[in-house]
Write a protein that binds this ligand. Structure first.
Ligand SMILES: [Zn+2]
Length: 249
């Protein structure tokens, strides 16, 4: 007989919290079930087989049993623990930020294969020394917005839908670029360089981002636009943003 309450899925651990004397509550961002919370029995005991499997950022294949309110972790296998990210302050802060974004932007049990793939790819790239992490994070943020229903329209004017090569204004009510003719209201002026960079970040594969070089002014402009969109669209503002500012100074 098949037990329908047992699930096997790949997942990244986005948050953990102590629970009762020996247990842990673990927030998994899973490929097949979306964001779920599971109780992990005995996870705090030093000999627990679950100890390494339930560290923050761990990416693995997990078997979960669905109870009335919570899932229970039955077993798991690490694919990449990403614990190397914890040894570097900026990587640690960026990866905590990614997890916090997922937590803020995703409802429980909302399955999103593309966003899951984007998160895992971004963690792998963050774990290398191959590219500018700020650029990588911005590209992830744009994908997160897109994957959760806030796609920024950049190839067409977001008001009249005419195809545009570039623009110097982003409308926050129409959600995208505005052509020369359309009204510039409720939005932000940005340089054409920043506009084009936004488009590159959106369309370029994450693993090709190392080819992109942006100067500090353009990075600052892009950050302003994206941070605005994130703070406005989701119910909570990510706390790690302050930490990111702090390590950049
Ligand atoms: Zn227009």
């Amino acid at each position: 007989m098949v037990n329908l309450s047992i699930f096997e899925t790949k997942a990244v651990i986005i948050k953990t919290q102590d629970f009762k004397e020996n247990d842990k509550l673990v927030w998994f961002y899973t490929e097949k079930l979306g964001k779920i919370t599971a109780v992990v029995r005995g996870a705090k005991k030093s000999k627990s087989k679950f100890l390494a499997l339930t560290l923050p950022l761990c990416y693995g294949e997990y078997v979960l049993y669905k109870g009335k309110n919570l899932y229970t972790l039955q077993e798991g296998k690490i694919i990449n623990s990403f614990q190397g990210l914890l040894n570097d302050l900026s990587k640690l802060t960026y990866s905590s930020y990614l997890c916090e974004l997922i937590d803020i932007a995703c409802e429980d049990n909302e399955v999103n294969h593309e966003l899951f793939r984007n998160l895992v790819t971004t963690l792998y790239l963050l774990n290398t020394d191959a590219l500018d992490y700020e650029i990588l994070i911005r590209a992830f943020e744009l994908r997160l917005l897109k994957n959760t229903g806030y796609n920024l329209i950049l190839d067409n004017c977001s008001i009249c839908r005419k195809k545009i090569a570039s623009a110097n204004y982003i409308s926050l009510s129409y959600y995208g670029g505005v052509c020369e003719e359309c009204p510039k209201e409720h939005g932000l002026y940005i340089s054409k360089g920043a506009y084009n960079a936004l488009r590159f970040l959106m369309n370029m594969n994450l693993d090709k981002l190392y080819r992109l070089n942006l100067n500090e002014e353009i990075k600052a402009e892009i950050e302003k636009v994206i941070t605005f969109l994130i703070s406005n669209n989701y119910a909570k503002r990510p706390k790690s943003l302050d930490m990111l500012k702090f390590i950049k100074e």
